[in-house]
Every structure is written in structure tokens, then in C-alpha cells.
Design a protein around this ligand. Sequence first.
Ligand code: ADP
Ligand code: MG
Length: 245
Amino acid sequence: MSKRTMIRVEKLNKSFGDLHVLKDIDFTVKESDVVCLIGASGSGKSTLLRCLNYLELKDSGTVILEDEEIKKETHDFNKVRQKVGMVFQHFHLFPHKTVIGNIIEAPIQVKGQNKEEALEEGRALLKKVGLEDKENVYPSKLSGGQKQRVAIARALAMKPDVMLFDEPTSALDPELVGEVLATMKELAKDGMTMVVVTHEMGFAKEVADWVVYLHDGKIVEVGHPDELFDHPKEKRTQEFLNSVL
Ligand code: ADP
Ligand code: MG
């Protein structure tokens, strides 16, 4: 049986004023795919991710989520956004809430889940990210790696169908990168559909089903990691890889 299409982007264009940031992007993500987006700073990776959960609105083209074209005329972006969890470089935890408070906030406030149920599910998620003993701790007492694992648990609490990660390990001390990547690997193994912007080429090689190389707002090359890393077809991809590997 062929896999369900989770995200389909066709001829997506996005500008900020005169700056044409995304140029005719075509992009498909199937159920339980792990897609790594790579490319130099400023190439449009974050903007592309943000278009996928409507934090940015496209200028033209289509964004289709689970077989439904999403348009601002017909859709409540807040509802649609719940299907697409996002994890940022700088965590964005609520500093005045405990770890479990961070996790249950949206399920209760946005989804109207009852508190007992939200707590039960939140604790299960904390266990999953290896932080069950940190339930009542405030974010300021956590390491960067622990904060990011809480951020992942918080996103998962909304039961998204797709998870987006924007350089989730770039703000971490090197010794803390591994624990976050391990959590993401677990998630991939569980079959979560994931789009990951990353500079961690080792992670991309090991976990990605396919890799997208973005340059100057265009997709230059898409390939399976073995192919793209070891035998890139495009000269630009080769040059980029030479600069980071
Ligand atoms: P990347 O994540 O690959 O580093 P971005 O998507 O953040 O790239 O940015 C692509 C380009 O768009 C950059 O030149 C950036 O300065 C610009 N840009 C991003 N967001 C905005 C914005 N809200 N307003 C104006 N320019 C922006
Ligand atoms: Mg970025």
C-alpha cells in the first residue's frame, strides 16, 4: 500500500518586500517520512518550514496538508497548526511554568482537554523524552538539552500528525546535542512524520529518508542521504557539502 501524503507544496513562492526568499518550491512529504532540509544560512529553510504551519503565508502556489488545500478564506489556521508541531532552536518554553505546566498548557487551553487527562498524557511524554523526574522543575533549572526535550514533549502533547524542527540542536553545547538527536531518532522510529532543518549531517545520513538541499530559495537537489552525501549530482550541492563536512 502506498503511503499517505502528509504535506504537498507546489510552486510555492514567498517574498519579504523585494527579497524573493522561496522560488517555485515543490516538495512532498509522505507519512512517516523523515526529511532533512539542509542549506546555507539565509537560503530560506526557516521560511519554508514556517510556510508549512502557516506562521508565514505564501504569496503564491499551494500548500496541501493531508489531502486538503489550506487557504486562509476557508481554514482556521490555529486549528490547522495543531496538526503540525514545531520545535525551535531557542526552545521558547514558558519560563514561569513548570515542565509539566508547559506541556499541559496548550492541550487544556487550546484543545479543552481535562486537566487529569492532560497530566497523565504529559507525564507519559516526559517519560518518553527521559525527563520524568523533572515534572515540577522550572525551565531555568534545566540544561539546554533538557529544555529542548521538554519542548519536543510539549509539541507532541498536541498530538500533531507532522513535526517540524528548525535547527533544534544549534543552540546547544556540543555535549548536549546527542541527547536531543537521540530523542528525535526515537520519534522517527515510532513513525512520526518529520521535517528537520539541521546542520547535523550525521543525523541526516543516519535518520533521513531523503534530504533536500536548498540554495538561494530554490531546491537544488533532493536525494536519499547515501546518494546526496556521497554522490551529489549538482556542483552546488558538492560545494556546500565540502564547506560543512
Ligand atoms: P535560513 O533559515 O535558511 O537561514 P531564512 O528563511 O530565515 O533562512 O531567511 C531567508 C531570507 O529571508 C534571509 O535573507 C532573511 O534575512 C530573510 N527573512 C526571513 N524572515 C524575514 C522577515 N520576516 N522579514 C524580512 N526578511 C526576512
Ligand atoms: Mg533558519
